[in-house]
Write a protein that binds this ligand. Structure first.
Ligand SMILES: *[C@@H]1O[C@H](CO)[C@@H](O)[C@H](O)[C@H]1NC(C)=O
Ligand SMILES: *[C@@H]1O[C@H](CO)[C@@H](O)[C@H](O)[C@H]1NC(C)=O
Ligand SMILES: *[C@@H]1O[C@H](CO)[C@@H](O)[C@H](O)[C@H]1NC(C)=O
Ligand SMILES: *[C@@H]1O[C@H](CO)[C@@H](O)[C@H](O)[C@H]1NC(C)=O
Ligand SMILES: *[C@@H]1O[C@H](CO)[C@@H](O)[C@H](O)[C@H]1NC(C)=O
Ligand SMILES: *[C@@H]1O[C@H](CO)[C@@H](O)[C@H](O)[C@H]1NC(C)=O
Ligand SMILES: *[C@@H]1O[C@H](CO)[C@@H](O)[C@H](O)[C@H]1NC(C)=O
Length: 444
Protein backbone atom coordinates (compact mmCIF):
# COMPACT_ATOMS: atom_id res chain seq x y z
CA UNK A 1 0.00 0.00 0.00
CA UNK A 2 2.78 2.35 0.98
CA UNK A 3 4.45 1.63 -2.30
CA UNK A 4 1.29 2.62 -4.13
CA UNK A 5 1.09 5.95 -2.39
CA UNK A 6 4.73 6.54 -3.15
CA UNK A 7 4.22 5.78 -6.84
CA UNK A 8 1.16 7.99 -6.97
CA UNK A 9 3.19 10.81 -5.48
CA UNK A 10 5.93 10.17 -7.99
CA UNK A 11 3.41 10.20 -10.81
CA UNK A 12 1.99 13.48 -9.61
CA UNK A 13 5.47 14.96 -9.57
CA UNK A 14 6.18 13.67 -13.04
CA UNK A 15 2.94 14.94 -14.49
CA UNK A 16 3.53 18.29 -12.87
CA UNK A 17 6.93 18.57 -14.54
CA UNK A 18 5.39 17.45 -17.81
CA UNK A 19 2.91 20.27 -17.71
CA UNK A 20 5.66 22.82 -17.56
CA UNK A 21 6.10 23.83 -21.13
CA UNK A 22 9.48 25.10 -22.35
CA UNK A 23 9.14 28.38 -24.23
CA UNK A 24 12.68 29.67 -24.61
CA UNK A 25 16.21 28.40 -24.00
CA UNK A 26 19.15 30.79 -23.69
CA UNK A 27 22.56 29.24 -23.26
CA UNK A 28 26.06 30.59 -22.95
CA UNK A 29 29.24 28.57 -22.87
CA UNK A 30 32.96 28.96 -22.55
CA UNK A 31 35.06 27.88 -25.54
CA UNK A 32 36.77 24.47 -25.37
CA UNK A 33 40.36 23.51 -24.63
CA UNK A 34 42.84 25.90 -26.22
CA UNK A 35 46.52 26.56 -26.75
CA UNK A 36 48.20 29.00 -24.33
CA UNK A 37 47.93 32.72 -25.00
CA UNK A 38 51.46 33.30 -23.87
CA UNK A 39 54.62 31.57 -22.89
CA UNK A 40 57.51 32.49 -20.56
CA UNK A 41 61.29 32.82 -21.02
CA UNK A 42 62.32 29.33 -19.81
CA UNK A 43 59.39 27.44 -21.35
CA UNK A 44 60.65 24.20 -22.87
CA UNK A 45 57.59 23.96 -25.12
CA UNK A 46 57.41 26.19 -28.14
CA UNK A 47 54.99 27.51 -30.70
CA UNK A 48 55.28 24.52 -33.00
CA UNK A 49 53.88 22.31 -30.24
CA UNK A 50 50.57 24.03 -30.99
CA UNK A 51 49.69 23.21 -34.59
CA UNK A 52 46.89 25.77 -34.85
CA UNK A 53 48.86 28.46 -33.07
CA UNK A 54 48.69 30.20 -29.71
CA UNK A 55 45.24 30.94 -28.26
CA UNK A 56 43.42 28.76 -30.77
CA UNK A 57 40.96 25.96 -30.07
CA UNK A 58 42.59 22.51 -30.08
CA UNK A 59 41.18 19.19 -31.31
CA UNK A 60 40.21 18.44 -27.69
CA UNK A 61 38.44 21.80 -27.51
CA UNK A 62 36.50 20.97 -30.66
CA UNK A 63 35.50 17.60 -29.22
CA UNK A 64 34.30 19.16 -25.95
CA UNK A 65 32.16 21.76 -27.68
CA UNK A 66 30.89 19.16 -30.15
CA UNK A 67 29.73 17.08 -27.18
CA UNK A 68 28.05 20.19 -25.77
CA UNK A 69 26.14 20.49 -29.06
CA UNK A 70 25.13 16.83 -28.83
CA UNK A 71 23.92 17.48 -25.31
CA UNK A 72 21.77 20.39 -26.59
CA UNK A 73 20.38 18.12 -29.27
CA UNK A 74 19.35 15.55 -26.67
CA UNK A 75 17.82 18.15 -24.43
CA UNK A 76 16.09 20.33 -26.98
CA UNK A 77 15.58 18.33 -30.17
CA UNK A 78 14.79 14.92 -28.66
CA UNK A 79 12.21 16.63 -26.47
CA UNK A 80 10.72 18.10 -29.68
CA UNK A 81 11.25 21.66 -28.49
CA UNK A 82 13.40 22.36 -31.55
CA UNK A 83 12.91 20.94 -35.01
CA UNK A 84 15.39 18.18 -35.92
CA UNK A 85 16.78 20.25 -38.78
CA UNK A 86 18.28 23.70 -38.51
CA UNK A 87 15.61 26.36 -38.78
CA UNK A 88 16.78 29.94 -38.97
CA UNK A 89 13.69 31.30 -37.23
CA UNK A 90 14.11 29.07 -34.18
CA UNK A 91 17.71 29.61 -33.26
CA UNK A 92 20.37 32.29 -33.28
CA UNK A 93 24.06 31.75 -32.58
CA UNK A 94 26.39 34.52 -31.65
CA UNK A 95 30.04 34.40 -30.67
CA UNK A 96 32.60 36.91 -29.59
CA UNK A 97 34.80 37.88 -32.50
CA UNK A 98 37.58 35.70 -31.09
CA UNK A 99 38.68 32.70 -33.17
CA UNK A 100 38.50 30.06 -30.39
CA UNK A 101 34.95 31.13 -29.51
CA UNK A 102 33.89 31.22 -33.18
CA UNK A 103 35.27 27.74 -33.81
CA UNK A 104 33.65 26.51 -30.57
CA UNK A 105 30.30 27.80 -31.83
CA UNK A 106 30.78 25.89 -35.07
CA UNK A 107 31.58 22.69 -33.18
CA UNK A 108 28.48 23.16 -31.01
CA UNK A 109 26.33 23.58 -34.11
CA UNK A 110 27.81 20.45 -35.66
CA UNK A 111 26.81 18.47 -32.56
CA UNK A 112 23.37 20.08 -32.52
CA UNK A 113 22.56 19.87 -36.22
CA UNK A 114 24.37 17.09 -38.07
CA UNK A 115 23.09 17.17 -41.65
CA UNK A 116 20.61 14.43 -42.49
CA UNK A 117 18.32 13.81 -45.44
CA UNK A 118 17.92 16.80 -47.69
CA UNK A 119 20.51 18.79 -45.73
CA UNK A 120 23.37 16.50 -46.76
CA UNK A 121 25.18 18.66 -49.27
CA UNK A 122 28.37 16.62 -49.76
CA UNK A 123 28.85 12.87 -49.70
CA UNK A 124 30.95 11.59 -46.86
CA UNK A 125 30.23 14.29 -44.27
CA UNK A 126 27.35 15.15 -41.99
CA UNK A 127 28.86 18.54 -41.28
CA UNK A 128 27.00 21.50 -42.71
CA UNK A 129 28.00 25.15 -42.65
CA UNK A 130 25.69 27.11 -40.34
CA UNK A 131 25.67 30.80 -39.45
CA UNK A 132 27.56 32.10 -36.43
CA UNK A 133 27.24 35.82 -35.85
CA UNK A 134 30.25 37.67 -34.53
CA UNK A 135 30.13 41.26 -35.49
CA UNK A 136 31.79 43.24 -32.74
CA UNK A 137 35.41 43.68 -31.80
CA UNK A 138 36.01 41.88 -28.49
CA UNK A 139 37.17 45.12 -26.88
CA UNK A 140 33.71 46.58 -27.42
CA UNK A 141 31.58 43.49 -26.89
CA UNK A 142 29.85 44.35 -23.63
CA UNK A 143 27.41 41.49 -24.13
CA UNK A 144 29.82 38.58 -24.59
CA UNK A 145 33.25 39.84 -23.58
CA UNK A 146 32.63 42.39 -20.84
CA UNK A 147 36.03 41.67 -19.30
CA UNK A 148 37.71 43.31 -22.31
CA UNK A 149 35.55 46.44 -22.36
CA UNK A 150 37.07 49.61 -20.98
CA UNK A 151 35.52 50.68 -17.66
CA UNK A 152 37.68 52.87 -15.42
CA UNK A 153 35.26 52.67 -12.47
CA UNK A 154 35.39 48.86 -12.54
CA UNK A 155 39.19 48.82 -12.49
CA UNK A 156 39.23 51.38 -9.69
CA UNK A 157 36.73 49.38 -7.63
CA UNK A 158 38.62 46.14 -8.17
CA UNK A 159 41.94 47.74 -7.22
CA UNK A 160 40.44 49.07 -4.01
CA UNK A 161 38.71 45.80 -3.16
CA UNK A 162 41.80 43.65 -3.67
CA UNK A 163 44.72 45.87 -2.73
CA UNK A 164 45.13 44.61 0.83
CA UNK A 165 44.35 41.02 -0.06
CA UNK A 166 46.93 40.85 -2.83
CA UNK A 167 49.56 42.59 -0.71
CA UNK A 168 48.97 39.96 1.93
CA UNK A 169 49.37 37.17 -0.63
CA UNK A 170 52.52 38.77 -2.03
CA UNK A 171 54.04 38.65 1.45
CA UNK A 172 52.74 35.23 2.47
CA UNK A 173 53.83 33.64 -0.81
CA UNK A 174 57.03 35.65 -1.34
CA UNK A 175 59.14 32.53 -1.25
CA UNK A 176 56.84 30.77 -3.70
CA UNK A 177 56.83 33.69 -6.14
CA UNK A 178 60.61 33.87 -5.97
CA UNK A 179 60.78 30.17 -6.82
CA UNK A 180 58.40 30.62 -9.77
CA UNK A 181 60.49 33.54 -11.00
CA UNK A 182 63.60 31.33 -10.76
CA UNK A 183 62.18 28.42 -12.74
CA UNK A 184 60.26 30.41 -15.35
CA UNK A 185 62.67 33.30 -15.83
CA UNK A 186 59.78 35.71 -15.54
CA UNK A 187 60.24 38.42 -12.97
CA UNK A 188 59.04 40.11 -10.97
CA UNK A 189 56.51 37.44 -10.06
CA UNK A 190 53.51 38.23 -7.87
CA UNK A 191 49.72 37.95 -7.58
CA UNK A 192 49.21 40.12 -10.64
CA UNK A 193 51.50 37.99 -12.79
CA UNK A 194 50.57 34.49 -11.71
CA UNK A 195 47.76 34.20 -14.32
CA UNK A 196 50.41 34.42 -17.00
CA UNK A 197 52.20 31.33 -15.67
CA UNK A 198 48.94 29.54 -14.96
CA UNK A 199 47.81 30.06 -18.54
CA UNK A 200 50.90 28.52 -20.12
CA UNK A 201 51.45 25.70 -17.65
CA UNK A 202 47.83 24.56 -17.37
CA UNK A 203 47.33 24.50 -21.16
CA UNK A 204 50.55 22.55 -21.61
CA UNK A 205 49.68 20.17 -18.82
CA UNK A 206 46.28 19.41 -20.41
CA UNK A 207 48.29 18.23 -23.39
CA UNK A 208 50.66 16.08 -21.40
CA UNK A 209 53.47 18.62 -21.74
CA UNK A 210 54.51 18.53 -18.14
CA UNK A 211 57.26 20.28 -16.18
CA UNK A 212 59.09 18.46 -13.40
CA UNK A 213 59.21 21.65 -11.34
CA UNK A 214 55.45 22.11 -11.50
CA UNK A 215 54.63 18.54 -10.50
CA UNK A 216 56.96 18.56 -7.47
CA UNK A 217 55.69 19.19 -3.93
CA UNK A 218 56.01 22.76 -2.86
CA UNK A 219 58.46 22.61 0.04
CA UNK A 220 56.84 20.94 3.02
CA UNK A 221 53.25 21.71 1.98
CA UNK A 222 50.85 18.97 0.92
CA UNK A 223 50.39 20.63 -2.46
CA UNK A 224 52.35 20.51 -5.66
CA UNK A 225 53.72 23.69 -7.17
CA UNK A 226 51.09 23.49 -9.91
CA UNK A 227 48.24 23.10 -7.41
CA UNK A 228 49.51 26.17 -5.60
CA UNK A 229 49.54 28.12 -8.87
CA UNK A 230 45.93 27.04 -9.47
CA UNK A 231 44.94 28.15 -5.98
CA UNK A 232 46.44 31.60 -6.50
CA UNK A 233 44.98 31.96 -9.98
CA UNK A 234 41.57 31.09 -8.57
CA UNK A 235 41.77 33.77 -5.89
CA UNK A 236 42.90 36.29 -8.51
CA UNK A 237 40.26 35.42 -11.12
CA UNK A 238 37.31 35.19 -8.74
CA UNK A 239 38.27 38.54 -7.19
CA UNK A 240 37.31 40.16 -10.51
CA UNK A 241 33.65 39.12 -10.22
CA UNK A 242 32.75 38.15 -6.69
CA UNK A 243 31.52 41.49 -5.30
CA UNK A 244 29.39 44.41 -6.37
CA UNK A 245 29.86 46.52 -8.36
CA UNK A 246 32.27 44.17 -10.21
CA UNK A 247 29.66 41.62 -11.24
CA UNK A 248 27.23 44.40 -12.15
CA UNK A 249 29.77 45.78 -14.64
CA UNK A 250 30.73 42.38 -16.04
CA UNK A 251 27.48 40.40 -15.85
CA UNK A 252 24.73 43.02 -15.72
CA UNK A 253 24.36 43.75 -19.43
CA UNK A 254 24.19 40.07 -20.45
CA UNK A 255 21.77 39.31 -17.65
CA UNK A 256 19.46 42.05 -18.88
CA UNK A 257 19.66 40.71 -22.42
CA UNK A 258 18.44 37.31 -21.15
CA UNK A 259 15.77 38.70 -18.82
CA UNK A 260 14.47 41.13 -21.43
CA UNK A 261 14.01 38.36 -23.98
CA UNK A 262 12.21 36.17 -21.41
CA UNK A 263 9.86 39.02 -20.54
CA UNK A 264 9.09 39.64 -24.19
CA UNK A 265 8.44 35.95 -24.70
CA UNK A 266 6.14 35.85 -21.66
CA UNK A 267 4.30 38.89 -22.99
CA UNK A 268 3.86 37.04 -26.27
CA UNK A 269 5.81 39.69 -28.11
CA UNK A 270 7.34 37.88 -31.05
CA UNK A 271 11.06 37.50 -30.73
CA UNK A 272 13.62 36.45 -33.31
CA UNK A 273 14.80 33.80 -32.78
CA UNK A 274 11.66 32.16 -31.48
CA UNK A 275 13.20 29.41 -29.38
CA UNK A 276 16.89 29.39 -28.65
CA UNK A 277 19.88 31.65 -28.24
CA UNK A 278 23.37 30.18 -28.25
CA UNK A 279 26.19 32.41 -27.11
CA UNK A 280 29.80 31.30 -27.39
CA UNK A 281 32.15 33.15 -25.09
CA UNK A 282 34.83 33.00 -22.42
CA UNK A 283 35.40 31.99 -18.81
CA UNK A 284 35.09 35.57 -17.55
CA UNK A 285 31.70 36.05 -19.23
CA UNK A 286 30.25 32.85 -17.78
CA UNK A 287 31.72 33.48 -14.33
CA UNK A 288 30.43 37.07 -14.33
CA UNK A 289 26.93 35.92 -15.24
CA UNK A 290 26.93 33.39 -12.41
CA UNK A 291 28.03 35.97 -9.86
CA UNK A 292 25.50 38.48 -11.20
CA UNK A 293 22.77 35.89 -10.56
CA UNK A 294 24.14 35.14 -7.08
CA UNK A 295 25.26 31.60 -7.93
CA UNK A 296 29.01 32.03 -8.27
CA UNK A 297 30.81 28.98 -6.88
CA UNK A 298 34.39 30.19 -6.33
CA UNK A 299 35.65 27.79 -8.99
CA UNK A 300 37.45 28.51 -12.23
CA UNK A 301 34.97 27.99 -15.06
CA UNK A 302 35.92 24.83 -16.97
CA UNK A 303 36.27 24.61 -20.75
CA UNK A 304 33.01 24.17 -22.65
CA UNK A 305 30.96 24.62 -19.49
CA UNK A 306 27.56 26.17 -20.05
CA UNK A 307 24.97 28.18 -18.17
CA UNK A 308 21.44 27.62 -19.42
CA UNK A 309 18.41 29.79 -18.70
CA UNK A 310 15.11 28.19 -19.56
CA UNK A 311 11.73 29.90 -19.55
CA UNK A 312 8.63 27.77 -19.03
CA UNK A 313 4.92 28.33 -18.94
CA UNK A 314 3.38 26.29 -16.14
CA UNK A 315 -0.11 24.82 -15.91
CA UNK A 316 -1.35 27.82 -13.94
CA UNK A 317 -0.41 30.11 -16.83
CA UNK A 318 2.53 31.47 -14.89
CA UNK A 319 6.07 31.79 -16.13
CA UNK A 320 9.01 30.07 -14.47
CA UNK A 321 12.74 30.27 -14.95
CA UNK A 322 15.16 27.36 -14.61
CA UNK A 323 18.90 27.99 -14.36
CA UNK A 324 21.31 25.14 -15.08
CA UNK A 325 25.06 24.73 -15.11
CA UNK A 326 26.85 22.02 -17.03
CA UNK A 327 30.44 22.10 -15.85
CA UNK A 328 31.76 18.98 -17.53
CA UNK A 329 31.63 18.16 -21.21
CA UNK A 330 30.67 14.54 -20.50
CA UNK A 331 27.81 15.35 -18.11
CA UNK A 332 24.47 13.76 -18.99
CA UNK A 333 22.53 16.07 -16.70
CA UNK A 334 23.33 19.66 -15.84
CA UNK A 335 23.03 20.82 -12.26
CA UNK A 336 20.11 23.04 -11.41
CA UNK A 337 21.13 26.24 -9.64
CA UNK A 338 19.02 27.90 -6.98
CA UNK A 339 18.75 31.64 -7.47
CA UNK A 340 18.86 33.20 -3.99
CA UNK A 341 16.20 35.84 -4.73
CA UNK A 342 13.74 33.13 -5.80
CA UNK A 343 13.76 31.50 -2.38
CA UNK A 344 12.79 28.00 -3.32
CA UNK A 345 12.46 25.40 -5.99
CA UNK A 346 10.18 27.27 -8.30
CA UNK A 347 11.51 30.52 -9.59
CA UNK A 348 8.87 32.68 -11.19
CA UNK A 349 9.96 35.00 -13.94
CA UNK A 350 8.71 37.86 -11.83
CA UNK A 351 10.78 36.89 -8.77
CA UNK A 352 13.78 36.22 -10.95
CA UNK A 353 13.74 39.57 -12.70
CA UNK A 354 12.77 41.67 -9.71
CA UNK A 355 15.40 40.15 -7.44
CA UNK A 356 18.09 40.86 -10.04
CA UNK A 357 16.86 44.30 -11.03
CA UNK A 358 19.64 46.25 -9.32
CA UNK A 359 22.41 44.22 -10.96
CA UNK A 360 21.29 44.73 -14.55
CA UNK A 361 22.43 47.27 -17.09
CA UNK A 362 19.68 48.07 -19.55
CA UNK A 363 21.68 50.23 -21.88
CA UNK A 364 25.23 50.86 -22.93
CA UNK A 365 24.86 54.49 -21.94
CA UNK A 366 23.91 53.57 -18.35
CA UNK A 367 26.98 51.37 -18.25
CA UNK A 368 29.19 54.10 -19.71
CA UNK A 369 27.86 56.61 -17.18
CA UNK A 370 28.62 54.32 -14.23
CA UNK A 371 32.03 53.50 -15.68
CA UNK A 372 32.88 57.19 -15.86
CA UNK A 373 32.91 57.30 -19.67
CA UNK A 374 31.05 59.56 -22.09
CA UNK A 375 27.46 58.35 -22.14
CA UNK A 376 26.71 58.16 -25.84
CA UNK A 377 26.14 54.73 -27.29
CA UNK A 378 29.41 53.73 -28.87
CA UNK A 379 28.01 50.68 -30.61
CA UNK A 380 24.79 49.69 -32.29
CA UNK A 381 22.59 47.67 -29.97
CA UNK A 382 22.08 44.01 -30.62
CA UNK A 383 19.11 43.19 -32.81
CA UNK A 384 16.77 41.60 -30.28
CA UNK A 385 18.35 43.38 -27.42
CA UNK A 386 16.87 46.51 -26.09
CA UNK A 387 16.58 49.85 -27.66
CA UNK A 388 17.93 52.60 -25.50
CA UNK A 389 14.71 54.63 -25.48
CA UNK A 390 13.07 52.90 -22.55
CA UNK A 391 10.83 50.65 -24.64
CA UNK A 392 12.10 47.73 -22.57
CA UNK A 393 10.46 49.17 -19.53
CA UNK A 394 7.24 49.05 -21.47
CA UNK A 395 7.92 45.46 -22.45
CA UNK A 396 8.38 44.50 -18.83
CA UNK A 397 5.14 46.23 -17.97
CA UNK A 398 3.24 44.38 -20.70
CA UNK A 399 4.78 41.14 -19.49
CA UNK A 400 3.07 41.64 -16.16
CA UNK A 401 -0.19 42.69 -17.76
CA UNK A 402 -0.30 39.72 -20.08
CA UNK A 403 0.76 37.02 -17.67
CA UNK A 404 -2.77 35.65 -17.94
CA UNK A 405 -3.51 33.22 -20.73
CA UNK A 406 -7.11 32.53 -21.81
CA UNK A 407 -8.95 30.07 -19.53
CA UNK A 408 -9.67 27.49 -22.21
CA UNK A 409 -5.96 26.90 -22.64
CA UNK A 410 -5.72 26.23 -18.92
CA UNK A 411 -8.58 23.74 -19.21
CA UNK A 412 -6.96 21.99 -22.15
CA UNK A 413 -3.64 21.81 -20.32
CA UNK A 414 -5.37 20.55 -17.20
CA UNK A 415 -7.21 17.89 -19.22
CA UNK A 416 -3.99 16.77 -20.85
CA UNK A 417 -2.35 16.53 -17.43
CA UNK A 418 -5.16 14.30 -16.17
CA UNK A 419 -5.02 12.03 -19.23
CA UNK A 420 -1.28 11.74 -18.82
CA UNK A 421 -1.65 10.92 -15.15
CA UNK A 422 -4.13 8.13 -15.88
CA UNK A 423 -1.92 6.75 -18.62
CA UNK A 424 1.01 6.65 -16.24
CA UNK A 425 -1.02 4.99 -13.48
CA UNK A 426 -2.24 2.42 -15.99
CA UNK A 427 1.32 1.77 -17.12
CA UNK A 428 2.44 1.35 -13.54
CA UNK A 429 -0.37 -1.06 -12.75
CA UNK A 430 0.56 -3.11 -15.81
CA UNK A 431 4.13 -3.16 -14.62
CA UNK A 432 3.09 -4.41 -11.18
CA UNK A 433 0.91 -7.12 -12.71
CA UNK A 434 3.66 -8.31 -15.00
CA UNK A 435 6.05 -8.35 -12.07
CA UNK A 436 3.58 -10.35 -9.96
CA UNK A 437 3.09 -12.79 -12.80
CA UNK A 438 6.81 -13.05 -13.17
CA UNK A 439 7.26 -13.82 -9.52
CA UNK A 440 4.44 -16.34 -9.75
CA UNK A 441 6.06 -18.04 -12.72
CA UNK A 442 9.40 -18.12 -11.01
CA UNK A 443 7.91 -19.82 -8.00
CA UNK A 444 6.10 -22.47 -10.02
C1 LIG B 1 26.52 11.21 -53.51
O1 LIG B 1 26.78 9.90 -54.01
C2 LIG B 1 25.72 9.36 -54.75
C3 LIG B 1 26.07 7.90 -55.09
O2 LIG B 1 27.40 7.78 -55.47
C4 LIG B 1 25.50 10.20 -56.00
O3 LIG B 1 24.41 9.69 -56.76
C5 LIG B 1 25.16 11.62 -55.58
O4 LIG B 1 25.03 12.46 -56.71
C6 LIG B 1 26.23 12.17 -54.66
N1 LIG B 1 25.74 13.44 -54.12
C7 LIG B 1 26.48 14.53 -54.04
C8 LIG B 1 25.83 15.71 -53.43
O5 LIG B 1 27.64 14.58 -54.40
C1 LIG C 1 66.17 31.70 -6.59
O1 LIG C 1 67.45 31.74 -7.22
C2 LIG C 1 68.43 32.42 -6.43
C3 LIG C 1 69.69 32.55 -7.27
O2 LIG C 1 70.02 31.33 -7.87
C4 LIG C 1 68.65 31.63 -5.15
O3 LIG C 1 69.60 32.30 -4.35
C5 LIG C 1 67.34 31.55 -4.40
O4 LIG C 1 67.48 30.72 -3.24
C6 LIG C 1 66.26 30.96 -5.26
N1 LIG C 1 65.00 31.08 -4.54
C7 LIG C 1 64.10 30.09 -4.45
C8 LIG C 1 62.90 30.35 -3.59
O5 LIG C 1 64.22 29.04 -5.02
C1 LIG D 1 47.46 12.69 -22.19
O1 LIG D 1 47.73 11.40 -21.68
C2 LIG D 1 46.60 10.65 -21.31
C3 LIG D 1 47.06 9.36 -20.66
O2 LIG D 1 48.01 8.72 -21.43
C4 LIG D 1 45.72 10.41 -22.54
O3 LIG D 1 44.57 9.71 -22.18
C5 LIG D 1 45.34 11.76 -23.14
O4 LIG D 1 44.61 11.55 -24.33
C6 LIG D 1 46.57 12.61 -23.43
N1 LIG D 1 46.11 13.93 -23.80
C7 LIG D 1 46.51 14.56 -24.89
C8 LIG D 1 45.92 15.89 -25.16
O5 LIG D 1 47.35 14.10 -25.65
C1 LIG E 1 57.64 24.17 6.76
O1 LIG E 1 59.02 24.42 6.87
C2 LIG E 1 59.38 25.66 7.44
C3 LIG E 1 60.88 25.79 7.45
O2 LIG E 1 61.40 25.50 6.22
C4 LIG E 1 58.82 25.75 8.86
O3 LIG E 1 59.10 27.03 9.40
C5 LIG E 1 57.34 25.50 8.83
O4 LIG E 1 56.81 25.44 10.14
C6 LIG E 1 57.01 24.19 8.13
N1 LIG E 1 55.58 24.08 8.00
C7 LIG E 1 54.92 22.97 8.27
C8 LIG E 1 53.45 22.99 8.07
O5 LIG E 1 55.48 21.95 8.65
C1 LIG F 1 0.52 34.84 -28.97
O1 LIG F 1 0.50 35.50 -30.22
C2 LIG F 1 0.13 34.68 -31.31
C3 LIG F 1 0.23 35.49 -32.58
O2 LIG F 1 1.18 36.50 -32.46
C4 LIG F 1 -1.27 34.14 -31.10
O3 LIG F 1 -1.58 33.27 -32.16
C5 LIG F 1 -1.34 33.40 -29.78
O4 LIG F 1 -2.66 33.00 -29.53
C6 LIG F 1 -0.86 34.28 -28.66
N1 LIG F 1 -0.80 33.46 -27.46
C7 LIG F 1 -1.23 33.88 -26.28
C8 LIG F 1 -1.08 32.91 -25.15
O5 LIG F 1 -1.70 34.99 -26.09
C1 LIG G 1 31.10 20.30 -11.29
O1 LIG G 1 29.86 20.06 -10.70
C2 LIG G 1 29.86 19.02 -9.76
C3 LIG G 1 28.45 18.86 -9.25
O2 LIG G 1 27.58 18.50 -10.27
C4 LIG G 1 30.81 19.35 -8.64
O3 LIG G 1 30.85 18.28 -7.74
C5 LIG G 1 32.19 19.60 -9.20
O4 LIG G 1 33.06 20.03 -8.19
C6 LIG G 1 32.14 20.65 -10.28
N1 LIG G 1 33.44 20.76 -10.90
C7 LIG G 1 33.97 21.93 -11.24
C8 LIG G 1 35.31 21.88 -11.88
O5 LIG G 1 33.41 22.98 -11.06
C1 LIG H 1 25.23 46.02 -7.94
O1 LIG H 1 24.36 44.98 -7.56
C2 LIG H 1 23.98 44.99 -6.19
C3 LIG H 1 23.08 43.78 -5.97
O2 LIG H 1 23.84 42.65 -5.78
C4 LIG H 1 23.25 46.27 -5.85
O3 LIG H 1 22.96 46.28 -4.49
C5 LIG H 1 24.11 47.46 -6.23
O4 LIG H 1 23.34 48.63 -6.07
C6 LIG H 1 24.59 47.39 -7.65
N1 LIG H 1 25.56 48.44 -7.86
C7 LIG H 1 25.56 49.23 -8.90
C8 LIG H 1 26.64 50.24 -8.98
O5 LIG H 1 24.74 49.16 -9.77
Amino acid sequence: MNLHWASLLLLLTISRANCRNLLLAQVISRHGDRAPDVTYPNDEYIAKDWPRGYSELTNEGMQETYRLGQFYRKRYVDSTFLAPEYNKDEIYTRSTDVPRALTSAQSILFGLYPATGEDVWMNGTSWQPLPVHGFMPASDDLLLKPTSVNCPAKVAAWTTLTKDLFEQYDIEYADFFEYIANVTGMRPMNMNKISHIYDAVSCERNHNMTHAWAEAQWKNSTKTVFDTIVELKQVFRISQFSQPPLYNFTGGYLLFDFVDRMQKKAANISTVPQKMIIYSSHDGTVTALMYAMGVGNGQLTPYASAVMLELYQNDQNGFEVGVFFRNDSYAEQPMELQIPGCGGNICTLEAFSSSLQSVMYRTRSDYNRDCGLPEEETTPSFFVSTTSDGSTQKAAQTADDQNRVPDYIAWILGGLCLILLFALILALCCCCRIQKKHRHNNRS
